[in-house]
Write a protein that binds this ligand. Structure first.
Ligand SMILES: [Zn+2]
Ligand SMILES: [Zn+2]
Length: 166
């Protein structure tokens, strides 16, 4: 009886342990968790390769040749079956990522963000300084103003955002 010993070729996927969105690399998921959820996930030590495993070989490319996909931890060499709960449990128990202090969600969906919008349009009252316009021009004008207000609000959010991280 003969058999050829062969490692299982694994393609690693890096899902977000909070929302389960999948990414192709540790770097991408760490960035996603930082910017979208406000948690700091440590990266693996720089310049070290994944240690060899007796049972597995790894194929980095999703389009490459592999047998099975597994979920990987972006902070260490842990990987598990494609079950998000196992990964979440590992990350919480082993790494327990700290939350960014005063994190503001970048997508405007909260009360705080609406408040920012109102505040900024009061401060930047450029609309009232405008000289009288013909009626047909007014529509365009207010649309531009609305656009400007949104840009101003976004810029302010951006500044607020940066302040927390500098
Ligand atoms: Zn996520
Ligand atoms: Zn880990």
């Amino acid at each position: 009886m003969s058999y050829t010993r062969r490692e299982i070729i694994v393609n690693l996927s890096y899902p977000c342990y909070i929302c389960a969105a999948e990414f192709g690399s540790a770097k991408e998921v760490i960035g996603h968790i930082y910017h979208v959820h406000g948690y700091i996930v440590d990266s693996r030590p720089v310049g070290r390769n994944r240690p060899l495993e007796r049972k597995y070989e790894f194929e980095k490319k999703f389009l490459g040749k592999w047998d099975v996909q597994r979920f990987a931890c972006p902070s260490c060499w842990f990987h598990c079956a494609t079950d998000i709960e196992s990964l979440t449990e590992h990350i919480m128990e082993t790494h327990n990522p700290p939350r960014i202090e005063g994190f503001v969600h970048p997508v405007s969906d909260g009360e705080d963000d609406r408040y920012e919008l109102v505040e900024s349009s009061e401060e930047e009252n450029t609309g009232n300084i405008q000289v009288e316009k013909a009626e047909d021009e007014e529509v365009v004008e207010s649309r531009q103003q609305l656009g400007n207000d949104i840009v101003t609000a976004l810029e302010k959010l951006n500044v607020t955002f940066k302040r927390f991280f500098s």
